[in-house]
Design a protein around this ligand. Structure first.
Ligand code: HSE
Length: 410
């Protein structure tokens, strides 16, 4: 019999314990091993909890027990999670984590530590909650040259944008509703300023392109400045504003990881129909063309499902799975493009200035006018320089530029 230790008995940790005992027989049949939750590490006591007898407060108890083969890290943050996970790996225990901050900031070190100790550090739950995306990327899609990944990676912002789109709510009340429903944190800045999606982009980029991409290398812009009027202009043109996390390999071979609000069109992108707190990830590969993964991106049991799925896989592995590794980025590495290399169609929202003005300026800067209304337009794909020139010329005509949102092409 092997023991599982759960680090952190909050929402996800308690979900891991609940789902394990709900489906213990099935999990044991799947792995061919007798398994038990041996310990739950938390600073708190849980009087009356059915598993209160497993609660310990000292990581050393877990490290010293040779029967603990697997650890579910559900604490969040990097301190003390990084130290605890390192020590578990060094003690020969495989770790599964839901902690995106830990993987985005320290994944390269932890993967190396796992390799040195011939165990596994898995993190399916860190991106997209319940959605299988990490394992498909390095198993089912392994025969592809992957050129891009893009998705809705944050449920809170997707809920807010949907409320603006469907119920004409303004940003602030939509955020308050998300907080009321428990989706957004009390301090929701990691959601609405894009930090949460940024960490997920780091993890996907590192895995697919083989070198660690750190949060500060990802161009990150959240939805704080998106107004109801922006959403309505996109709607008028047939699209929806979504917070898109993505990484694209450019023609020069560099990758461009980003998080930003983008407009996706209902007639060309399935992402436009992803609503509420759901997440979706699209992957482009030379074999598959494009494929999409969809599901619940957060929550107790959906996240626990991914953590336990990792543990089931760890039980079945006999050594480190090398395909789920990436290298640390070296100083001087030059594989990440800057936002200056970003090209996309754009939507501009302006003070009322007339469709004719948009058409004339589009022709002057050499882009196509795709959509036009009295208070805004959409122009065809262009680089940052042309997008800026278009904006300057509009301003020169006396138009006030109220927003500029790029459009995602599938
Ligand atoms: N706050 C996150 C979200 C939780 O809304 O998607 C999962 O990372």
């Amino acid at each position: 019999m092997k023991k599982i230790a759960v680090l952190g008995y909050g929402v996800v940790g308690s979900g891991v314990v609940e789902l394990f005992y709900r489906n213990q027989k099935k999990i044991e049949n799947n792995t061919g091993e007798k398994l038990e939750i041996g310990y739950i590490l938390d600073l708190r006591e849980f009087p009356g909890d059915p598993y209160e007898d497993r609660v310990v407060h000292d990581i050393q108890v877990i490290l010293d027990d040779p029967d603990v083969g697997y650890v579910a890290e559900c604490m969040g943050g990097t301190n003390p999670a990084f130290d605890f996970v390192c020590r578990c790996l060094e003690a020969g225990k495989s770790v599964a984590t839901s902690n995106k901050q830990l993987v985005a900031e320290k994944g390269d070190i932890l993967l190396q530590t796992a390799k040195e100790n011939n165990v596994n550090f898995f993190f399916e739950a860190s991106v997209g909650g319940a959605i299988p995306i990490i394992r498909p990327l390095h198993t089912c899609l392994a025969a592809n040259d992957i050129s891009a990944i893009a998705g809705i990676l944050n449920g809170t912002t997707n809920f807010i944008l949907e409320k603006m789109f469907c119920d004409k709510m303004r940003f602030k009340p939509a955020l308050e509703l998300a907080q009321e429903k428990g989706y957004a944190e009390r301090d929701p800045s990691a959601d609405i300023d894009g930090g949460d999606a940024c960490r997920k982009v780091c993890i996907l980029s590192s895995l697919v392109f083989g070198k660690h991409v750190y949060p500060e290398q990802v161009y990150t812009k959240g939805i704080r400045d998106i107004t109801l009027e922006d959403v309505q202009l996109a709607q008028q043109f047939g699209g929806a504003v979504k917070l898109i996390g993505r990484v694209v390999r450019l023609k020069n071979g560099k990758i461009l990881p980003s998080v930003m609000p983008m407009i996706v069109f209902h007639d060309s992108s399935l992402l436009a129909s992803v609503n509420g707190v759901f997440n979706a990830v699209m992957v482009w590969g030379d074999g598959v063309d494009k494929t999409m993964f969809y599901g619940r991106g957060a929550g107790k049991l959906p996240t626990a499902s991914a953590v336990l799925g990792d543990i089931v896989d760890e039980v079945k592995q006999t050594g480190t799975v090398l395909s789920q590794m990436w290298k640390p980025a070296q100083e001087g590495d030059d594989f990440i493009a800057t936002i200056d290399d970003f090209e996309a169609p754009r939507c501009y929202r302006t003070s009322p200035c007339g469709k004719g003005v948009f058409a004339r300026i589009a022709a002057e800067v050499g882009v196509e006018l795709i959509h036009a209304a009295e208070n805004g337009c959409m122009i065809s794909k262009c680089n940052q320089k042309t997008a800026e020139a278009f904006k300057q010329k509009l301003a020169h005509e006396g138009a006030e530029i109220l927003s500029r949102i790029p459009v995602m092409e599938d």
